[in-house]
Design a protein around this ligand. Sequence first.
Ligand SMILES: C[S@@+](CC[C@H](N)C(=O)[O-])C[C@H]1O[C@@H](n2cnc3c(N)ncnc32)[C@H](O)[C@@H]1O
Length: 434
Amino acid sequence: MAVKPDLRALRDTLVADLVARDVLHDQRVADALTTVPRHLFLPGVPAAEAYADEAVVTRRDAEGTATSSSSQPAIMAIMLEQLDVRPGHRVLEIGAGTGYNAALLAHLVGPTGSVTTIDLQPDVTDAARDALVAAGYARVRVVCGDGALGVPDDAPYDRMIVTAGAWDLPPAWYEQLAVDGRLVVPLDLRGVMRSIAFEPVDAVGGNAGARWRWRSRSAHTCGFMPLRGLAAGPGRRLRIGAPEDAGISLSVDDEREVDVDVLGEALTAPPVEIATGLELTTPELVDGLFGWLALTEPDSCGMYAGAEAIERGPVELPVVYDGPSGPSAAMGSGLVADGSAALLARPRTDDRSTAAPLVVRGYGADGSALATRLVTAARAWDDAGRPGGERLRVEALPLPGGADDTGTYEGKHVVDKRSVRLLVSWPTTEVPGQ
Ligand SMILES: C[S@@+](CC[C@H](N)C(=O)[O-])C[C@H]1O[C@@H](n2cnc3c(N)ncnc32)[C@H](O)[C@@H]1O
């Protein structure tokens, strides 16, 4: 007879691992993770996998792209800590998925609070509702609809959390957040994603008034599947090379022209290589330089490779993620223009905190010029004190600018979305009130 796994022990091990890795600090979030049975939200998934610190994809579209998942517990814990949920709070989650995070939220708000969760896909909301009932959280309200519109009939919310990548901050979100509330959202900042905890400041006439401003309290690097529907952004993933070379793709956050055929050819020729003179750890690259390039360089791009493309080349990307049977995905960043590109490269290190020399490789007719520009940008990031990670500050204000929008944003990078203007900076000293 098969031995039944000790599910509570698996949860305890997961929590102990997150604490040991300095990911989880808040006892209330730890209690929620040890109490809520994640396996009930992942039917058919073996218990050991359900309690591993891994995202589990639960739905794919016809092309095989993931459309729903239970997110990796580490980023869920980070975002729940950012959200700072208290007993009695009214919470809205956008992206119900399996319902697991909604159950964690229900645990955190307790019997006096309320949780509403919304998802775009009816089969997903049906399954989430069933799992929530089975796990003892029938009081969570599960709504099927487009989360870009929020759920007005349960508003205002003390806390709102988005669990898919948002390109914009749609008006419904600030209209439905309490003036002393908090929103945690994985936000696309020109192709790099950061989980931002926003709080309203200066909301004259309430959040729905004409003049309001949100300020970030914390930021963490994250990766989420994008929101679809009304909130979808213009970002594109372009496949490079012939279908049989599938596995390399390029992401750009705008409508710029990229000749993927010419670029595919260019990537197979020997590149121009320039040393930057810098040595970087993986977090400095991912949390720091990638974000700096995205926000300071109009031609920035992201580059991704699947397991097969890592094995076969032609490009070697600087950040490699290991799966159970070797490298499973790699990512990088650089500049792209027409059919030319310049990409950051760095040898693999045994652990994330070992620094390794950074080089730049240029491909195609303008590869050399782009590579020189990329080296200059990397050195500028170094001269600025290698900004990244927790130092990132984001302010959001209505677009077009509100009454106090003077249009001069010294030292801040302006990123305009459909509904909001974002001001992004890396202040060297704490700004009062942040
Ligand atoms: C990473 S999953 C959410 C994980 C979930 N919180 C959990 O605990 O399992 C992202 C979800 O966002 C949903 N989604 C995508 N676009 C949406 C939209 N516009 N409104 C609501 N949900 C959306 C997807 O259907 C998917 O289920």
